[in-house]
Design a protein around this ligand. Structure first.
Ligand SMILES: [Zn+2]
Length: 65
């Protein structure tokens, strides 16, 4: 899910490691914060996921070690 809506704000959360960014007052601010932090949104089977910069390095092309 893209950007968790919690009581009182929106919190971007990485779909892979569950890292989060600071809570923002609205959805657009949260999206901006993601962009500034270098996070990406990826769509898999119609579902949108947020991925943090660290997890982008492990996007499935690496084979483990
Ligand atoms: Zn992550």
């Amino acid at each position: 899910m893209c950007i968790e809506k919690l009581s009182g704000g929106y919190v971007p959360m990485c779909a892979l490691c569950y890292d989060t960014l600071d809570r923002e007052e609205d959805w657009y601010a949260a999206k901006d914060a993601m962009k500034e932090a270098g996070w990406k949104q990826v769509k898999i089977d119609g579902t949108c996921f947020d991925v943090c910069t660290e997890c982008q390095q492990y996007d499935g092309t690496a084979d483990g070690e």
